[in-house]
Every structure is written in C-alpha cells, then in structure tokens.
Design a binder for this molecule. Structure first.
Ligand code: AMP
Length: 280
C-alpha cells in the first residue's frame, strides 16, 4: 500500500492504471476509520482492480460552530485499517493542496441538497460537493463508493455527477451498525456510555417504523408522528428532523412506496449531532 500527497501523483496513478486496462475504485473519507469505512473499502475491492482511499477532513463542509477542530484524527490506525481492507493507494492531501490561498471555486447542488441536512447545516453540502468533485478530478476513478448511512449526501453526489457529466459510477454501500444497532460514525467517539444508551433510541425507532410499514401502514404523516413521539420519549435526545422522503430527490412523500421511501432522522444527543436512516 502506498501513500501520496500530491495531485500529480494521483493523476499519474489514474493514467497508469487505465493504460494497463485496470479499473480504479475510490472511497473518500474523513479518517477516524471504523468498520463502516472498512466495509466500503472491501466493497470497492470487489468491484475494481485498484482501490484508492482518501483521508481528508474537509474544512469546507464544517460550519463556524461545528466540530472541525475536535473532529477525531487517527492516521496510523487508519492506514492499518485501509491495508487490512485491501486498499492499494491512500491519498492524504494537505489543506493547502486542496484549498490553496486564494481558492475561490465552489459547487452548489440546489435541489436535493436543500431540505433536511441542507436546512440545518447551511454550508455543509456546498463543502461536500466541492471536495467530492475535486477528488473525482484528482483520482479519476471508474467507480466511487459512498455509504447509505449518509443517504442525502449519496443522493446529492449522484445528482451532481449526473448534472456535471462526471464519468464515474456511484456505488452505495449498506450502513454498518454496532451490536446495539447504532450506526457506526466517527462522531460516536464523542458519546459517553449513558449518551450512547440514549442514542440507541434512533435505530430502535427506525426499526419500529419499518415494522409498521411491513404491517401495512402507508401514511407518512402517521409514521413521522410515531417516530417523533418515540424519539421524544428518550430524554437525552433532541430531534432536529424526522422525515419520509424520496431517496433520490429528498422530496417529502405523503404515502409510503415500499422499497422507495426513506425515513431520515437527525438528532442531538447532548452535544453530539447524529444522523441515521432506513429505507422503508
Ligand atoms: P466520513 O468519513 O464520515 O466522511 O464517511 C466516509 C464515507 O463512509 C461516506 O460515504 C459515509 O457515508 C460512509 N460511512 C460512514 N459511516 C458509515 C456506516 N456506519 N456504514 C457505512 N458507511 C458509512
């Protein structure tokens, strides 16, 4: 496994890989890797000959009062996990490489990115689309893997790639969960044991709503009300949003379309902001 920190090294790697008829798979991350990232890297390795992982805590997607400075960083452990998962190349750009002094070009997807996360984190998707577009131009992969865990991010990236004619296949990887049901997230490291117990109301709620749909409930309003009620029962949780939306457009649905309705939740557990979702 090799590490690289320049744009030119990655673009050379893309040229060489494609010249020999091999395919490139790409997994962008912000590091502090966990089993969810490992599963995405393994998925990329089943679909592409050469796997590139990037590790970059993207300042452009953090708001002024968010956790950029205290976001967990664990480079040595990350490299070990990448190696075990079957990554071949790691791209570790510096902040100055991706955003040199005077940097001034940003990408805004204006529809899928507008509701939910877009409403509660105004600069977030502008930062995500900008860095993902840049990374796709640098790594030039045939396919890029994103987690279903961040379902709106996945949908925004798909829309950007389609709108900008970026020649890459976007592959979704399923959400990896801990034994207690909590979706793995680098931010789970912020939770105390008691907060973590409270946070588990989120996956429990998703499961309960899914079972109501399995039993025939189709009214989105009824399901959103029940989910909100279940989450509000947990005193350590402050709900930011609960919504049932189309998984591609993020537009609200009135009626569940089994297999094509996304229940998305964001909540504060004390100072930690968590998101989760399930396809209904
Ligand atoms: P991050 O490092 O948090 O920016 O995430 C990098 C990638 O890993 C994104 O595509 C995320 O959606 C994905 N990811 C994060 N958590 C999980 C999880 N629990 N299961 C699967 N994928 C995940």
């Amino acid at each position: 496994m090799q590490t690289h920190d320049t744009v030119s090294a990655m673009q050379l790697l893309a040229r060489e890989t494609h010249a020999t008829g091999q395919t490139l798979g790409f997994v962008p991350t912000m590091g502090a890797l966990h089993q969810g990232h490992v599963d995405l890297i393994r998925l990329a390795a089943t679909k592409a000959d050469v796997v590139v992982v990037s590790i970059f805590v993207n300042p452009a997607q953090f708001g002024p009062n968010e956790d950029f400075d205290r976001y967990p960083r664990a480079l040595e452990a990350d490299l070990e996990k990448c190696r075990e998962a079957g990554a071949h190349h790691i791209f570790l750009p510096s902040r100055e490489t991706l955003y040199p002094k005077g940097y001034s070009t940003y990408i805004n997807e204006e529809s899928v990115a507008a509701p939910l996360e877009g409403e509660s984190r105004p600069a977030f998707f502008r930062g995500v689309t900008t860095v993902v577009a840049k990374l796709l131009n640098i790594v030039q992969p045939d396919l890029a893997v994103f987690g279903q865990k961040d379902a709106q991010q996945l949908a925004v990236v798909r829309k950007m790639v389609a709108d900008l004619h970026i020649p890459v296949e976007i592959v979704a990887g399923p959400t990896t969960r801990d034994a207690d049901g909590l979706a793995l997230s680098s931010r789970n490291a912020y939770l105390t044991a008691s907060e973590r117990e409270g946070a588990c109301a989120i996956p429990r709620t998703l499961e309960k709503i899914k079972s109501m749909v399995d039993q025939g409930e189709r009214r989105a309003e009824r399901l959103v009300a029940e989910a909100t009620h279940l989450l509000a029962d947990e005193r350590r949780i402050r709900v930011i949003y609960v919504a049932i939306v189309d998984p591609a457009t993020m537009k609200k649905q009135l009626t569940i379309e089994p297999g094509n309705s996304l229940l998305a939740v964001a909540a504060w557990i004390d100072q930690t902001r968590l998101i989760d979702n399930t396809l209904l």
